[in-house]
Design a protein around this ligand. Structure first.
Ligand code: ATP
Ligand code: MG
Length: 485
């Protein structure tokens, strides 16, 4: 699903760059003001590897905000947004976001990632960048026009697929611990290797992540989850100890305990495999979160039964109940997205249970009712959950799921319970019996819903009406209104 990470580095991709209208405007303004100006960072990196990129950053050795306004005028671009706190100015050029900043020198205090900033040179600015591959710059000035300015060997690192900091990694990571998350995020997105000193330094500084806001952490984490092979990132998060800082519930999944020669699988690596499997079939972030959390309650429900061996009874329900807390802590959205993840975790064993007995229509109908529009994603998760190394077993399970999927389609066509709307509403019941809101209404609705899901009556108003009358009579209620069918 997600783009693959295979790339080649080709400096020829920079050819012609300064003739393109946006860059030409910058070049002309830089000449007019006689100011050293560079395109820098992610855009240069992505252009060298042929990866699309819709935001372009420039550094000027001078007043970035005034320069941005002048370039915007040349391009007849819209409004220039100025962020005084960051000393940056931004405007849109078509669908490209263009940002200017004055070259800076920074020094940090220990308790914050907000540095003291002073004007500096391009070299100072490159030094304060997080990684050599993100410190690449292209000159916009005569003399070096269009040339790569790469004081730390970033292009070589990009080619060798190595991520490394321009300065001593202890300084880089301790100055801004978010960079540790970024290191693992880029490593996962671009399939890189983290330089050894860097990795050691992340491990040593892991606790410093605690000064970073949950929003910034989850934004990097989501990018890892959305990568083509997210397991690589999670493995690194675990090994460096970063995961312990913000998702300790997941750390608890690791390890395979053994008792009397009976072991269980390592649920951390099982989870990662499920996540990778899902990633091959869907780019939906919340489905992928469902994979991350599907077995999250296994450690808390684990028991050893002398007869059955290891069991994790109820881990799906307990896991679903853990989802809101985890989302709240990470400041992830608590709306429908969270509800979807919760639902996926709660239901992830249901299709398996279906394949164990004969697949009855009513069980399929109940699953459709409970999963609603998330049924297709649930089936992707369930298929991904088959990580057995026994190929024969795997084939059999998958064939069972194919059967469930066929059955789901059949039942849905017949009974339309996927987004079940009761054919008789509470208002209908109140009007029919001339009663105010009361418990009886809920009871009658439940009887009707169960009858439809069990297949005792079809999902039709007429039959539901008759059942309502019968149930009402049982409760001593009298019809005061003619059926309105
Ligand atoms: P992407 O846009 O794919 O997330 P990017 O490298 O462009 O990747 P941005 O967050 O857009 O990342 O930042 C643009 C550039 O700013 C980076 O390439 C890097 O040079 C610099 N940068 C961003 N965040 C940091 C940071 N926390 N520390 C140091 N430099 C940073
Ligand atoms: Mg960017």
């Amino acid at each position: 699903m997600s783009r693959t990470t295979s790339y080649t580095v080709d400096p020829a991709r920079l050819d012609g760059m300064v003739q393109e209208p946006l860059f030409a405007a910058v070049v002309n303004e830089a000449a007019l003001q006689d100011i050293a100006t560079f395109a820098i960072g992610g855009y240069v990196r992505d252009r060298l590897i042929g990866r699309p990129c819709k935001d372009i950053d420039f550094v000027v050795e001078g007043d970035g905000m005034a320069f941005a306004k002048a370039v915007a005028r040349r391009l007849k671009a819209g409004e220039v947004h100025v962020f005084k706190n960051f000393g940056t100015a931004m405007f849109m050029h078509g669908d490209v976001q263009v940002e200017f900043v004055g070259a800076r020198k920074e020094s940090y205090r220990r308790d914050s990632r907000k540095p003291d900033v002073q004007p500096g040179t391009i070299r100072d600015d490159q030094e304060r960048r997080d990684f050599t591959i993100n410190a690449l710059a292209v000159s916009m000035n005569a003399g070096g026009l269009g040339a790569l300015v790469d004081p730390f060997g970033g292009i070589l690192d990009l080619d060798r697929r190595i991520i490394r900091t321009p300065l001593d990694p202890h300084i880089t990571f301790s100055d801004d611990p978010l960079r540790m998350m970024r290191a693992i995020r880029f490593t996962t997105q671009l399939d890189l290797t983290i330089d050894e000193a860097c990795l050691a330094s992340i491990t040593r500084n892991a606790e410093r992540l605690d000064i970073i806001s949950a929003e910034r952490i989850h934004s990097e984490l989501n990018k890892i989850i959305l990568s083509h092979k997210p397991s690589k990132g999670f493995d690194l998060l675990l090994r460096t100890g970063l995961l312990h800082r913000f998702l300790p519930e997941m750390v608890e999944l690791q390890g395979a305990e053994e008792k009397f020669g009976i072991g269980h699988k390592d649920n951390f690596y099982h989870t990662l495999q499920v996540l990778d499997n899902v990633a091959e079939n869907s780019d939906d972030l919340w489905l992928r979160w469902g994979a991350v959390l599907h077995d999250i309650a296994k450690p808390r429900t684990k028991r050893f039964d002398p007869k059955a061996g290891w069991t994790f009874h109820g881990h799906e329900d307990k896991g679903a109940r853990m989802v809101p807390g985890i989302f709240r802590k990470l400041k992830l959205p608590l709306d429908d997205k969270m509800k979807k993840v919760k639902k996926l975790v709660a239901l992830h064993l249901r299709p398996i249970a279906l394949t164990k007995d004969e697949v009855t229509d009513s069980a399929v109908r109940r699953l459709l009712f409970d999963a609603g529009d998330d049924i297709d994603d649930l089936m992707i998760l369930c298929r991904a959950d088959i990580t057995s190394k026994n190929e024969k077993k795997k084939k059999r399970y998958l064939a069972n799921y194919d059967l469930v999927i066929r059955k789901l389609a059949e039942v849905e066509e017949k009974d339309r319970v996927r987004n079940f709307q009761p054919p008789i509403t509470g208002e209908d019941i109140m009007a029919a019996f001339g009663i105010p809101p009361c418990k009886a209404i809920g009871d009658i609705k439940t009887v009707i819903k169960d009858a439809i899901l069990d297949g005792t009556i079809p999902n039709e108003r007429e039959q539901a009406w008759d059942l309502m009358v019968k149930e009402g009579e049982k409760l001593g209620l009298q019809l005061t209104k003619r059926p309105d069918r």
